[in-house]
Design a protein around this ligand. Structure first.
Ligand SMILES: O=C(O)CCC(=O)C(=O)O
Length: 303
């Protein structure tokens, strides 16, 4: 039983691999997020240098501004997240992408092939890929060569990506049902008439399976691309952005937020009651249900 997803959204998520939510953020939320991006940009430039036209990405973005942190348990998104992946989850990654218009003399490659000067210049994620695939990450796919369902992301659009070639996210509908090997064999040269360039206004959100093949198109517009992805995966996997979140961040959080931050909501020992003789990670089978408050929350919401 779904808490919030409509039948059409369930179908889209299952068949295409994503659900688009136009006008998801309120204007107030969007304004707060945009000023957070500006604040963080000043800190990044101060710490790392870089001219006004240089792109940057921040991982574990949730630790860089409260506006980003508030997205992880957004009250209207959390029900959809739990509908798609369940309650036994934590954050795998939160990443902010800031991508100014390309310099005039920078020649982009073909969409998704990752063979252009933009790739050489270090722009991220230009080539088609599913997440969590490749020999560094996961090369034991299920029997038929497809990736198992391991995680989702929520893509939040802060700047205007409604025109083509604004640094849009591209998705290949249904490709979570295809094998990473097939993509490799195609040399990432896909038939773009089958793919979707998401043209979205500020405030849109997309709930997507990260096994869906995706890439970022060039930003040939005159606007800076400002977006975030929030990745959720199972608690028994290891997060990409942190070993443990900062203790003060965890201490100041609600029980559900603590769970999402990869902590135990009760603050108990991560290896259970007998860590020396019978260590048992509480991120596996959880003995104290208060450590996974999202379960009771989901049940109370009819799941
Ligand atoms: O939209 C982006 O900036 C990157 C998306 C992507 O490739 C990813 O999340 O793995």
């Amino acid at each position: 039983m779904s808490i919030a997803m409509t039948q059409q959204q369930e179908k889209d998520f299952e068949e295409k691999g994503y659900v688009i939510l136009e006008d998801f953020l309120t204007q107030e939320e969007l304004d707060r997020l945009l000023s957070a991006v500006d604040e963080v940009k000043v800190r990044v430039r101060r710490a790392e240098g870089g001219g006004p036209n240089e792109p940057f990405t921040i991982r574990n973005a949730l630790a860089h501004h409260e506006a980003f942190l508030d997205l992880i348990d957004h009250p209207r998104m959390l029900p959809l997240v739990v509908d798609t992946i369940g309650w036994n989850i934590q954050i795998r990654t939160t990443h902010l992408d800031y991508r100014p218009p390309y310099p005039e003399d920078l020649k982009p490659g073909d969409i998704g092939v990752g063979d252009g000067d933009d790739q050489k210049a270090g722009y991220n994620n230009l080539g088609w890929h599913p997440d969590l695939s490749g020999e560094e990450l996961f090369e034991g796919p299920s029997l038929d060569g497809r990736l198992p369902f391991m995680e989702i992301k929520v893509f939040y659009v802060f700047s205007d990506l409604s025109e083509s070639n604004s640094g849009n996210l591209w998705l290949m509908p249904g490709s979570h049902k295809r094998t990473p090997q097939e993509l490799r064999e195609m040399g990432r040269k896909l038939d773009l008439s089958e793919a979707v360039e998401l043209r979205l206004k500020p405030g849109a959100a997309v709930l997507w399976r990260t096994a869906t093949w995706h890439c970022v198109g060039p930003n040939l517009s005159d606007k800076t691309r400002k977006i975030m992805h929030i990745g959720y995966h199972y608690r028994w996997l290891r997060p990409a952005d942190y070993i443990q979140q900062a203790p003060e961040l965890v201490a100041d959080s609600s029980p559900i937020r603590k769970q999402l931050l990869g902590a135990l909501a009760t603050g108990g020992h991560p290896l259970g009651a007998s860590p020396d003789f019978q260590p048992h990670s509480q991120h596996w089978i959880t003995k104290n249900s208060d450590d996974v408050p999202l379960r009771a929350w989901a049940e109370a919401h009819g799941k």
